[in-house]
Design a protein around this ligand. Structure first.
Ligand SMILES: NC(=O)C1=CN([C@@H]2O[C@H](COP(=O)(O)OP(=O)(O)OC[C@H]3O[C@@H](n4cnc5c(N)ncnc54)[C@H](OP(=O)(O)O)[C@@H]3O)[C@@H](O)[C@H]2O)C=CC1
Ligand SMILES: O=C(OP(=O)(O)O)[C@H](O)COP(=O)(O)O
Length: 334
C-alpha cells in the first residue's frame, strides 16, 4: 500500500517535498495547492502534478487565467492520508482545524510553534517519537542543522553556545532582500536553542544575526564538554553521522559559495545540499571546549526529514530503514 500525500503550499519547501515524495516507492503524490496560477503552478501541471486551489476564495484567479484546477484544498484533503503543510510560518496552525475535520494526518514545518504538533522531529535524533502520531513538526532548517551534529555529540555535551548567521532571504525571494545590513535577533536566546530542546534534551543557548546573502546559513558552535574528546574523535563521529558531510578549506571550500557549487556539480535538483556541511579544519578542541563551524542549505535540509516523518507517522519502516531509503532516493551521500 502506498501512502497518499498532498502538499499544501507549493513554495520553496513544498515543491522540494513534493519532488521527494514522488521519488518514494511507498508514497504517492496526490496533488499540491497554489493560491495563484503563476509559473510554478504551470510547471507543476507540466510535471503531471494535480494542482488544487489553496481555498475556494482563490478559484476566480484560476478561472480568469483559464487554468483548470483539480479542486480545492478540501477536495485534496478528501483524497489523501497525510498533508504536508508548507504554507508560510504560522498559517499551518490555522490550517490544522481543516486537517482535523478531514481526519487527515499532517506534517508541519519549522515556522510553526512546537505546540502545533504532538512532536518536533529530526529523523536521526527522535524518529521513534513520531511513530503513529497524527501531527508532527519538522523543525526549522537551522534547528535541523544544529540537531543533526549535536545529537551525534550528545554524550559529550555539558553546554552548547551557538551563533547563527542566517541568510537574509531565499534566492527566489525578491521582496525581502538581501539587505545592506547585519540584523541581530535582539531576543536572546534566539528561537533555535529552545527549539533544539524540543527534540533533544541538551543545555543550549543561541543568538542569531541576519546577513546579506541568499545561499546558506552558517553556525559557529562552541560546546563545553562533559568528558574529553579529541579532534580526531569528532571527525570520526561526523564521518559516521548520516546527513552530515565534512568539507575541507584545503580542497577549495572557502565559503558557502563553493558548497553550493559542489551541489551544482552533483547535478542535484535545485542544487539541494540536503547534508549539513561541517568545515573539517574548524573542528578544534581547546581544553574542555570544542569548536566547529557548519553550513546549512536552508532550502533543502528539511526535505528528507519530511519524508521520514511520514514513514514514522504510518509506521511504514523502522528508523534506519526509513533514513537509508530516503537517502538512497535523493542520492544523499551518506
Ligand atoms: N525557506 C526556508 O529556508 C525554510 C522554510 N521553512 C519553513 O517552511 C514553511 C514554508 O516556508 P517556505 O517554503 O520558505 O515559504 P514560501 O513562501 O516559499 O512558500 C509558501 C507557499 O505557501 C503558499 N501559500 C501562501 N498563502 C497560502 C494560503 N493562504 N493557503 C495555502 N498556501 C498558501 C504560497 O503559494 P503561492 O505561491 O501559490 O501563493 C507559497 O508557495 C515555513 O514554516 C518556513 O518557516 C523551513 C526550513 C527552511
Ligand atoms: O527555518 C528557517 O530559518 P530559522 O531556523 O532561522 O527560523 C528558514 O531559513 C526560514 O527562515 P525565514 O523565516 O527567515 O524565512
Amino acid at each position: 500500500m502506498k501512502v497518499k500525500v498532498g502538499v499544501n503550499g507549493y513554495g520553496t519547501i513544498g515543491k522540494r517535498v513534493a519532488y521527494a515524495v514522488s521519488k518514494q516507492d511507498d508514497m504517492k503524490l496526490i496533488g499540491v495547492t497554489k493560491t495563484k496560477p503563476d509559473f510554478e503552478a504551470y510547471r507543476a501541471k507540466e510535471l503531471g502534478i494535480p494542482v488544487y486551489a489553496a481555498s475556494e476564495e482563490f478559484l476566480p484567479r484560476f478561472e480568469k487565467a483559464g487554468f483548470e484546477v483539480a479542486g480545492t484544498l478540501n477536495d485534496l484533503l478528501g483524497e489523501v492520508d497525510v498533508i504536508v503543510d508548507a504554507t508560510p510560518g504560522g498559517m499551518g496552525a490555522r490550517n490544522k482545524a481543516l486537517y482535523e475535520k478531514a481526519g487527515v494526518k499532517a506534517v508541519f514545518q519549522g515556522g510553526e510553534k512546537a505546540s502545533t504538533a504532538e512532536v518536533s522531529f529530526v529523523a536521526q535524533a527522535n524518529y521513534e517519537k513520531a511513530l503513529e502520531k497524527d501531527y508532527v513538526r519538522v523543525v526549522s532548517c537551522n534547528t535541523t542543522g544544529l540537531t543533526r551534529t549535536l545529537s551525534a555529540l550528545q554524550e559529550y555535551i555539558d553546554y552548547v553556545y551557538a551563533v547563527m548567521i542566517r541568510r537574509a532571504a531565499d534566492p527566489n525571494d525578491s521582496k525581502r532582500g538581501p539587505v545592506n545590513a547585519i540584523t541581530p535577533s535582539v531576543t536572546v536566546p534566539s528561537h533555535h536553542g529552545p527549539d533544539v530542546q524540543t527534540v533533544i534534551p541538551i543545555n543550549i543557548e543561541t543568538s542569531a544575526f541576519i546577513v546579506p546573502t541568499t545561499l546558506m546559513h552558517v553556525h559557529s558552535i562552541m560546546v563545553e564538554l562533559k568528558k574529553p574528546i579529541t579532534e580526531k574523535d569528532v571527525i570520526d563521529i561526523f564521518e559516521n553521522t548520516t546527513r552530515v558531510l565534512l568539507f575541507e578549506k584545503e580542497r577549495g571550500f572557502d565559503s558557502t559559495a563553493q558548497l553550493i557549487e559542489f551541489a551544482r556539480d552533483l547535478h542535484r535538483e535545485w542544487n539541494n545540499l540536503y547534508e549539513i556541511a561541517v568545515w573539517k579544519e574548524s573542528i578544534s578542541v581547546r581544553g574542555n571546549r570544542l569548536f566547529y563551524i557548519q553550513a546549512v542549505h536552508q532550502e533543502s535540509d528539511v526535505v528528507p526529514e519530511n519524508i521520514d516523518a511520514i514513514r514514522a507517522m504510518f509506521e511504514m519502516a523502522e528508523k534506519w530503514k526509513s533514513i537509508k531509503k530516503t537517502n538512497r532516493s535523493l542520492d544523499i551521500l551518506k
